[in-house]
Design a protein around this ligand. Structure first.
Ligand SMILES: [Cu+2]
Length: 356
């Protein structure tokens, strides 16, 4: 037994020694946390020592921040039809976005809301999306999960030049496949996505569904850091833990209450767009996972669960029948994520209100 322990200990020492011997020029992904300047530096010294990190540590700001004129994000975006093409218009702009009574963040938005407006089309539709950049900084749009031509992928320096302030870019592609997708900034995404440049992109199937839900809601999960009235992009690194958590741009109790009738089939499309994982738990009514990352799960292998971890970039469509009346809570089970600046209750929580 003792020999076995010594052998395991020796193996650990050997592994640690080998991991320290990374050749010059190789990105070091094995550095122990204690030696990582990103993990040990104070935010101030990090900015001084590491200009690359500086943009992450600066508050979200813009010279032309406007008060929000809308209060709800993620609503369907109207389009016009030109020669059978659905044409949508998006404008990026900075607004003061209320996430909660008395708490307003500086947000980068599509069309002035967080999330931006929902683009909802049918599989096979040709779409054109004209993006005008009214931010002070360049941006691009990535169509997360949608199967598009490479030139439309929105990766700056790879598939397109960044859209400079004051400029426009038109994305043009066939919407496919059917499912739950999203669009978001791909320029300094660590800042711009946290700041609010994200929105749902839903592609409905061509053939109508055999058993469509009565209620169909998209819930986008994200986080922010707010200190002394300034907004920061939340990041899982020293000093940048989020203290506000949002569903569709709002923190509980400002999150939407979803009212359904007893017996309704309810579909919730969970989308994690922040930088943290969120195990979302529904009280009272177990659900089935009917699609993952937009793709349907065959009925025979659909899991029944009451908690589903949604990692950054993932989507899960869950469905349940509202069997019991009352207010049923849906919330993240990392319980720090159900606080507003460390005060419970708040954050990633909403109520499913089942009525007769
Ligand atoms: Cu969470």
């Amino acid at each position: 037994m003792r020999i076995k322990k010594i052998m395991i200990f020796s193996l650990i020492i050997l592994a640690l020694t080998l991991s320290a011997c990374v050749p010059a020029g190789t990105p070091d992904t094995t550095m122990p946390m204690g030696d990582d300047p990103m993990m040990t530096a104070t935010p101030g010294s990090m900015m001084a020592d590491n200009p690359e990190a500086a943009h992450m540590m600066e508050p979200i700001s813009a010279s032309n921040v406007q008060p929000a004129t809308e209060t709800t994000g993620g609503l369907p975006l109207a389009y016009r039809e030109e020669d059978g093409i659905k044409v949508f218009e998006l404008t990026t702009k900075a607004v003061q976005w209320p996430i909660l009574d008395g708490v307003t963040v500086t947000a980068y938005t599509y069309n002035g809301t967080v999330p931006g407006p929902m683009i909802r089309v049918t599989e096979g539709d040709q779409v054109k999306i004209i993006v005008k950049n009214e931010l002070d900084v360049p941006t691009t749009v990535h169509w997360h999960g949608v199967e598009i031509p490479n030139a439309m992928d929105g990766v700056p320096g790879v598939t397109q030049d960044p859209i400079q302030p004051g400029e426009s870019f038109t994305y043009d592609f066939i919407a496919k496949p059917a499912g739950t997708f999203m669009y978001h900034s791909h320029f300094e995404g660590d800042v711009q996505v946290s700041a609010g440049l994200y929105a749902p992109f839903i592609i409905d199937p061509k053939e109508s569904e055999a058993n469509p839900p009565v209620v169909d809601k998209v819930l986008m999960l994200s986080e922010l850091r707010m200190i002394d009235g300034e907004t920061f992009a939340a990041m899982p690194m020293g000093g940048m833990e989020p203290n506000y958590f949002t569903i569709n741009g709002k923190s509980f109790p400002a999150t939407e209450m979803i009212t359904v009738k007893k017996g309704d089939l309810v579909r919730l499309r969970l989308i994690a767009i922040g930088q943290f994982i969120h195990p979302m738990h529904l009280h009272g009514m177990p659900f089935k996972i009917v699609a993952t990352d937009g793709h349907p799960v065959p009925e025979a292998v659909q899991l029944t669960k009451d908690t589903i971890s949604v990692a950054p970039g993932e989507r899960y469509d869950i469905e349940f029948v509202a069997t019991e009346t009352g207010q049923w809570m849906l919330h993240c089970h990392i319980l720090h994520h159900t606080t507003n600046d460390n005060v419970e209750p708040g954050g990633l929580m909403l109520m499913i209100n089942v009525v007769e």
